[in-house]
Design a protein around this ligand. Structure first.
Ligand code: SF4
Length: 517
């Protein structure tokens, strides 16, 4: 027996029913049925949702240019039944695709209206389930929408605080976007870490087991940097930001690390003065003074030291091999360095075994340490992570109630506010605790340019190294343009080494197409 069944009368609703299933029944098995699916599950169900959209036969006021539609949702659960309905006019002049979008938007809103009272939970993000909700507000602002908050709370069913947050972030980002059509960002992926965290879904290689692959990988990376750097100079592009991520780019030995930075300087950044140069040294145990000196010499001006939590028991449970003390020492080392790095720290809400007390402990530490940027993630349990593989996903996702998760997200926002920081970038993922969000906070003037450009996708990002993705953006003026996501570089260091020349040449061909010679 399927305990939860969501049915629609058209295949166009299959994805929306699935998304709403994940929002209202996180971590639980549910079935979606639309015409063309395998037979509708038979037998008793605990929850059943029926969505129907039909041309309205009774309305007599339609002109030839419009056609009225009726959308109805009936939800039945253990606590009763709810119905929600609405209508819209199909304009003969609009494209079928535009109408379908409007129809699905209305249907998703009605699904929320019917399900929320029964589930005792109204999703704060309403019908928005995409990774980059700020893009919607940018689109509204581009089109001259004077009041995105009202549209977000009405049509998109966002809670007022999320609509305000989203609009505030988008407005803060506006001056960063579309400033220079020849500006690009660089991302360099280093696919090694000291150990693999249980929530990690990336293809990452524990550095001690893959020691023999580090030198060939770095050599190949140098080759890719040389090819891409030459194209950047030939095309007259300006590197606005450069970001070393991964993995943990600070995990190679000191001499390899310094060599890697020299290669970037020599090949990629010759003649460039990026506004921002970030080192995502995610793991505190990989920091030392020699590495920080190498960063300072190379022009790195932003460093991430990420504890995720400052609760020792959780760190051990996650498979991170550093202690909380080690994080404190690494943080102080970075802070005290004469280069005056901008410092970011990442934390995660919803880690296995953590409740409000543990999160408050970490937040109190953050407040005491006062980084320039605080990035607050809500745990996403993705396929590929050990948590998912061991079948703990549902248990972890349900450990905090949506209300508890939301309260903790608000507490984190309050911590950032108390440190003088503002939210400046935001994204969401599938399968997140409480279906919430990840938010980057920054002191005014300390916002990460790379994070904004990477998230809003209005600038080309050239990805080099292991697992790196490139995004090609062709600016067409007035914040318009087209975007193409290129296939990622291979994660596996050996495959990367074998294919680096071909991959780099392909990227150069794309760059030539975009920017001409
Ligand atoms: S430090 Fe980051 S990249 Fe490395 S294993 Fe942990 S989560 Fe994954």
């Amino acid at each position: 027996m399927t305990a939860i069944l969501l049915r629609g009368n058209s295949p166009v609703f299959a994805g929306d029913l699935t998304q709403m299933g994940h929002v209202f029944f996180p971590g639980e098995a549910f079935a979606v049925w639309v015409p063309g699916s395998s037979p509708s599950p038979a037998g008793a169900v605990e929850w059943q949702v029926d969505l129907t959209a039909t041309p309205d036969p009774v309305s007599g006021c339609a002109s030839a240019a419009t056609r009225p539609w009726r959308v109805e949702v009936t939800a039945r659960g253990p606590c009763g039944e709810r119905r929600a309905e609405g209508g819209l006019l199909q304009d003969a002049a609009e494209s079928p695709r535009t109408f379908e979008h409007r129809l699905r938007r209305l249907a998703k809103g009605l699904l929320i209206d019917a399900l929320a009272p029964l589930a005792g939970f109204r999703p704060k993000w309403g019908i928005l389930t995409g990774v980059r909700p700020t893009k919607l507000v940018h689109q509204m602002l581009d089109e001259g929408e004077p009041d995105p908050v009202t549209r977000l709370t009405g049509e998109y069913r966002l809670a007022p605080e999320k609509a305000e947050l989203l609009t505030g972030v988008a407005r803060l980002q506006r001056p960063f976007l579309g400033r220079d059509p020849r500006a690009v960002s660089l991302y360099i992926g280093i696919p090694f870490c000291p150990s693999i965290c249980s929530f990690c879904s990336f293809s990452i290689y524990p550095i001690n087991q893959y020691r023999g692959q580090v030198s060939p990988f770095l050599q190949a990376l140098g080759r890719e940097m040389a090819i891409i750097g030459e194209a950047i100079r030939a095309l007259g592009l300006r590197v606005e930001s450069i970001y070393f991520g991964g993995g943990t780019p600070t995990s190679p030995r000191d001499d390899d690390f310094a060599h890697m930075l020299r290669m970037a300087e020599e090949h990629l950044l010759k003649g460039q003065a990026p506004a921002e140069y970030t080192m995502e040294g995610g793991r505190p145990e990989t920091f030392n003074r020699a590495k920080l000196d190498a960063m300072a010499a190379a022009g790195v001006n932003r460093v991430s030291v990420n504890p995720q939590t400052t609760v020792q028991a959780t760190l051990m449970h996650l498979g991170r091999i550093h202690t909380v003390e080690k994080f404190y020492r690494a943080y102080e080392l970075v802070r005290a360095h004469p280069a005056g790095f901008t410092v970011n720290t990442d934390i995660i809400i919803g880690l296995p075994g953590e409740g409000p007390a543990e999160v408050h402990h970490t937040l109190a530490d953050m407040r005491r340490l006062a980084p320039d940027n605080l990035t607050v993630h809500t745990l996403a349990v993705k396929r590929g992570s050990r948590i998912h593989g061991e079948g703990e996903a549902g248990q972890v996702l349900r450990a905090l109630t949506p209300a508890e998760a939301e309260a903790l997200v608000q507490d984190a926002a309050e911590t950032a506010r108390a440190m003088g920081q503002r939210p400046y970038y935001l994204y969401r993922q599938k399968f997140m605790v409480g279906a919430l969000e990840n938010v980057g906070y920054a002191l005014p003037g300390k916002e990460s340019v790379y994070n904004i450009q990477m998230m809003e996708e209005r600038q080309t990002v050239i990805g080099l190294g292991g697992g790196a993705t490139s995004k090609w953006f062709k600016p067409l003026g007035q914040n318009r343009g087209w975007l193409l996501k290129a296939p990622a570089n291979p994660n596996d260091p050996q495959t990367y080494v074998e294919r680096v020349e071909e991959l780099a040449r392909r990227k150069v061909a794309h760059l030539r197409l975009l920017y001409g010679e």
